[in-house]
Design a binder for this molecule. Structure first.
Ligand code: GH3
Ligand code: MG
Ligand code: MG
Length: 585
């Protein structure tokens, strides 16, 4: 592979210095990234390229800044030429009113069983990039995708993608690389730091986000991050984007490009109801340090060229520090790319549209010795910072504050859970109280009904408990109640629900149990209680008995109430006819 990357500071410079001679057009990948974003200017660039080599194809995108040799440029033109030895380059422009269908078209047209990578440039204004990627993934999610959404220097007005044949404000220019020998890797760096509680997206239509946790998204920004951040949406979301935590561990950032009157926000890339999100914030030291830490890992992959597609918001946030992130990458291999309105990334057979990230595609067309390098696994990089008093202080303060916030939140969540538990449980025995028993019972009834399974209930009450209190005192009475509660839990199954209804009266719900089964369990409980000896003061042993009533839910019944009443009547009969017995209604 031969790589010729160049940056041209003007269209005249391009005309004067671009050399496209001696290229094998079938095996040449030409990418154009232009900070001259007007249609007229692109036309000139197009005709210059065509004049220099009529046979050569290319794909191009307007930018929000160009990346060349580890440096950032504005209003310049990047041309990347890769002359492959063995890789066949196929490219095409795609358009469809349905972005999802557009994606399927791309995959069906471009992918072959030899396709090693695909680079896409999508317009940054009209096409829903997430839908395009979803469309591609349904046909084939194995081919690594890379590239980005076109930019227009931050004006958010009109962006263009282009090729040899046209200039398009809507659609996708795509190139596929087919080869037996091409080694590629895709990587991303985000390193924005999550802060605050996990929240749930509750109202969203694709890339228009309305509500999180049932609250208007602009309001939730103001509520947690303050009025300054709230008032400055959508721009303040660059510093405080939402971080979506995916099942595969990939962190996807969502920033916003527009705030509607109703407070809803337009994102780049889709969200779904139920998505778990947290606020994140940019921490310059963390960002730069992590990218630096990963450099060795990337270096060992020995790419011959790196295409960098990085978010324009990342550049806005990092400002002059952006080159501290880009320069080390350029030491690995010649690097070239642009600042996008969204990055296309492939990870574990999943294609995602990212924001705020730095993504890159590295490739080499190499012999077997390098193929083995590809397989090496990497040592975990240490997260330790260099000893540098100035940058470390900044990092440490932010890190400590983040930690403080996150710890306080998890403590609050725990306390909330405890309160909820307390409200549901009886203080003396820890068993469910009557109110919560009814709630749980209702859920179990639903499940049992769906599966056509019986539900039985047992009501029980301590015999002559008043006597125990009167003879030994209230605290011994409490001890008896606790002992009984332990016996009830131990003699029933985990799926049975034991509840203290009040005083010395208990109820047990037995899912998937018929009357006969419930009777047997009731007898076992009665027997266990009868045999139990409680050690009280002066080594005295106290024994007590209980009476129990059993019944089963009728198929026609929707709630547990009637069955409980009937079991209670059975319990009454047990009391009337001698106590220490089980009566089945
Ligand atoms: P029976 O066999 O008919 O059920 O007679 P009993 O004495 O058990 O029934 P009764 O309803 O007359 O008395 C229940 C007693 O339980 C009265 C009440 O003071 C006592 N009690 C209720 N809750 C508690 C408690 O939490 N701790 C203690 N120690 N006693 C309690
Ligand atoms: Mg009693
Ligand atoms: Mg009673």
């Amino acid at each position: 592979m031969k790589v010729i990357n160049n940056n041209y500071l003007s269209i005249e410079d391009l005309d004067k210095n671009l050399d496209l001679s001696n290229l094998d057009h079938k095996r040449t990948l030409v990418q154009v990234f232009t900070g001259f974003v007007l249609e007229e200017e692109i036309k000139q660039i197009q005709s210059i390229i065509k004049a220099k080599n009529p046979k050569i194809s290319f794909i191009g995108s307007t930018t929000a800044g160009e990346i060349f040799d580890g440096k950032v440029y504005e209003n310049s033109i990047n041309i990347s030429i890769v002359q492959f030895d063995d890789t066949i380059v196929t490219q095409e422009y795609f358009i469809d009113n349905d972005d999802y269908k557009l994606g399927t078209k791309i995959a069906k047209t471009l992918f072959t069983n030899k396709t090693k990578a695909t680079i896409l440039f999508i317009d940054g204004m009209y096409t829903n990039g997430s839908d395009v990627l979803d469309g591609i993934s349904t046909i084939n999610n194995q081919v690594p995708l890379s590239g980005g959404l076109a930019g227009d220097n931050g004006y958010i007005d009109i962006t263009f993608v282009f090729d040899k044949n046209g200039i398009y404000s809507k659609g996708v220019v795509a190139v596929s690389l087919d080869s037996d020998k091409l080694n590629i890797f895709t990587q991303y760096e985000l390193n924005w730091q999550a802060i605050g509680q996990t929240m749930t997206v509750t109202k969203v239509e694709k890339n228009r986000l309305y509500e999180i946790n049932g609250i208007n998204v602009s309001e939730i920004y103001e509520k947690y991050l303050g009025k300054n951040v709230g008032d400055n949406l959508p721009y303040s979301a660059t510093e405080f984007p939402l971080l979506k935590i995916q099942d595969d561990g990939l962190e996807v950032c969502r920033t916003f490009t527009h705030k509607f009157e109703d407070g809803s926000l337009l994102t780049i890339g889709n969200l779904e109801v139920g998505d778990k999100v947290r606020f994140a914030f940019g921490n310059i030291d963390l960002v730069l340090n992590n990218t630096k830490n990963n450099i060795n890992k990337y270096k060992s992959l020995e790419p011959e060229v790196l295409f960098i597609y990085s978010c324009t918001s990342r550049r806005t946030f990092l400002q002059s520090e952006i080159s501290s992130e880009l320069e080390p990458l350029n030491k690995i291999a010649p690097s070239i790319g642009f600042f996008t309105y969204g990055e296309i990334f492939h990870y574990k057979n999943k294609n995602s549209l990212l924001n705020i990230s730095l993504t890159f595609l590295g490739m080499s067309e190499n012999n077997s010795s390098k193929q083995t390098i590809k397989k090496t696994t990497f040592e975990e990089q240490s997260n330790k910072f260099e000893h540098n008093f100035i940058t470390n202080k900044h990092y440490l303060v932010l890190d400590a504050l983040t930690n403080l916030t996150n710890t306080v939140i998890s403590e609050l969540e725990e306390a909330k859970q405890q309160l909820k538990d307390q409200a549901n449980r009886d203080y003396l025995t820890g068993l469910y109280n009557r109110r919560y028993f009814n709630t749980v019972a209702q859920d179990i009834i639903h499940i049992s009904k769906r599966q056509n399974k019986p539900v039985s209930v047992i009501m029980l009450d301590i015999d002559k408990f008043k006597n125990i209190n009167d003879t030994y005192g209230h605290s011994v009475g409490d001890e008896v109640i606790k002992t009984l509660s332990n016996i009830l839990v131990e003699t029933t199954r985990k799926s049975d629900i034991v509840s203290r209804f009040g005083g010395e009266e208990f109820a047990i719900l037995l899912p998937f149990t018929n009357k006969d089964g419930a009777f047997k369990i009731a007898q076992k409980i009665r027997q266990t209680v009868e045999n139990k000896k409680i050690n009280i003061e002066n080594n005295k042993l106290l024994q007590f008995t209980i009476s129990l009533g059993v019944d089963i839910m009728d198929e026609s019944e929707q709630s547990i109430e009637k069955a409980l009443n009937r079991a209670d009547e059975a319990l009454y009969i047990a009391k009337e006819t001698g106590r220490n017995k089980v009566v089945v209604k």
